[in-house]
Design a protein around this ligand. Structure first.
Ligand code: ADP
Length: 492
């Protein structure tokens, strides 16, 4: 009989189940799209029941596809979309409202009230976060305010809260276990990231009863077992998706960083066992906790990255598929001086300008669609450059290498340009399912399938490295043009 580890990767657009063998090779994947609801402009919701059902479905499907027996699954690891907020009834286990998705802005007014009341600096000091509807606290408050007798029921201890990880563990354990891990808890805006405890004053600021909250655990331990496949399988890791990708990239040491090029870009930099506060628009967060060791990270999120390529495809109809962006962009030697600033929903790190909107600069009579495609691809690299620059200013460390993953990292032209613009090495692993991989590795560490981080590191295989091919002078000229374009976009 063989031994496998099952990773559940619960995301905003889909749930995935990935089976890994003990050499970290992928044995099978199953994926199911999940519907998002947009009840009003800026609101994004999902059905919590559907989230759970889709997870059960993909797990069963991947076992059928791979002909693996449940008894061969030695551990389950969970990684999840972060911040997304679910409140359910303690007795019935039924959600009292849809899941409020991280992107949802419906609790904006609550955040503005908290900012006006002067709590921003306390919140930043305790949680490392900037007050924003993105994080869970205001979303919990919003749900309590919008269901019948929400506050009363919460005070009576009838309602409980969890991010998606808590919800899945709760359901998989038949309602026995209500936990979260430190990485997810650090995104709620309710946890003190130094003591790793829920903070009484933060709960008061958001007016959330402590009885609603899950117990905070490490990212790698056996929380409980699940029997939904007919045998008892340990649930042995829980970690937020971006932190999981950092772990899956084996960025175990201080100074290592990864960038995920998906719909948006998420750059995480391991700051080791100490918290580093950003003065340049990044957030400090918990990376993971294994045993008693806690690792911290600095994080910068770019809102529009791969979705700019989707815009080329669906909005402008300049390409038919995302990979075609590489073929078309390769037909020109450069962007011909064109800069695309894809601030479609404002600008994230390090600018944080929610009012900015996209712009194109440097058009001439000679501009072709290939230039536009190339400039749009390049915008992913420039936005990443901005986050790395903020990071270098915060840490005083110069980033020499960046490990990459996410759908758009397949694009070689983009990766070469990223290397040119950062003047750093870009390292692309063979397996860029790093999000699922991180949860798998943590689950294997908890159950003894892997004995140490150094054993795991031996299993990291590089697909390709990209080295800078342009001069520093050329790179500075390009970056200066980008900076001018961003400034003009923000001033417009
Ligand atoms: P997410 O997990 O955010 O859904 P993925 O990691 O699956 O995203 O990546 C999908 C994104 O990457 C899409 O926005 C798509 O436009 C972009 N993408 C995929 N392949 C390429 C490619 N070869 N070149 C550029 N962009 C790509």
């Amino acid at each position: 009989m063989s031994s496998y580890i099952l990773s559940i990767d619960q995301g905003t657009t889909s749930s995935r189940a990935i089976v890994f063998d003990e050499k970290l090779q992928i044995v099978g994947i199953s994926q199911k799209e999940i519907e998002n609801f947009f009840p009003k402009p800026g609101w994004v919701e999902m059905s919590a029941e559907t989230i759970y059902d889709s997870v059960v479905e993909v797990v069963k499907d991947v076992l059928i596809k791979t002909r693996i027996m449940p008894i061969e699954i030695k551990a389950i690891g969970i990684t999840n979309q972060r911040e997304t907020t679910i409140v359910w009834d303690r007795k019935t286990g039924k959600p009292v409202y849809n899941a409020l998705v991280w992107q949802s802005r419906q609790s904006n007014d609550l955040c503005e009230k908290v900012i006006r009341a002067g709590h921003s600096s306390y919140i930043k000091q305790k949680t490392g976060l900037t007050v924003d509807p993105y994080f869970s606290a205001s979303k919990i408050r919003w749900i309590l305010d919008h269901i019948e007798e929400g506050q009363l029921r919460a005070l009576n201890g009838e309602l409980i809260f969890g991010t998606v990880d808590s919800w899945l563990v709760y359901r998989l354990s038949n309602g026995r276990t209500h936990i979260t891990d430190v990485s997810n808890a650090s995104r709620t805006m309710l946890m003190d990231i130094d003591t790793l405890q829920w903070d009484k004053k933060l709960l008061d600021i958001w007016n959330i009863p402590a009885s609603m909250l899950p117990e905070i655990k490490a990212s790698s331990e056996i929380y409980d077992h699940t029997d939904f496949l007919g045998v008892e399988i340990p649930i042995a890791s829980v970690i937020g998706d971006q932190q999981s990708a950092l772990f899956g990239q084996m960025c175990f040491e201080e100074g290592q960083c990864k960038n995920t090029y998906g719909t948006g870009c998420f750059l995480l930099f391991n700051t080791g066992k100490k918290r580093v506060d950003s003065k340049n628009g990044l957030v400090s967060t918990i990376a993971w906790k294994i045993g008693d060791e806690v690792y911290y990270a600095l994080e910068g999120s770019v809102f529009v990255a791969g979705s700019a390529i989707q815009w080329l495809r669906d909005g402008l109809k300049l390409i038919e598929t995302a990979p075609e962006s590489e073929d078309k962009a390769s037909l020109v030697p450069d962007s011909g001086g064109v800069y695309v600033v894809p601030a479609f929903t404002g600008l994230g790190a390090p600018y944080w300008d929610q009012h900015a909107r996209g712009a194109i600069f440097g058009l001439t009579r000679g501009t072709t669609r290939e230039h536009l495609i190339r400039a749009t691809l390049e915008s992913l690299a420039y936005q990443t450059y901005d986050v790395i620059e903020a990071l270098e200013n915060d840490t005083g460390i110069s980033v020499k290498g960046l490990q990459v993953d996410g759908g758009a990292c397949r694009n070689n032209l983009l990766m070469q340009f990223q290397s040119d613009i950062l003047h750093a090495e870009i390292i692309r692993p063979v397996n860029f399912e790093t999000t699922a991989l991180g949860a798998c590795m943590l689950a294997g560490l908890a159950t003894g399938a892997f004995s140490s981080l150094s054993d795991l590191r031996l299993m990291y295989n590089v697909d390709r490295r990209f080295e800078p091919m342009i001069s520093i002078a050329h790179q500075s000229r390009l970056v200066n043009g980008w900076k001018k374009a961003v400034r003009a976009t923000m001033e417009y």
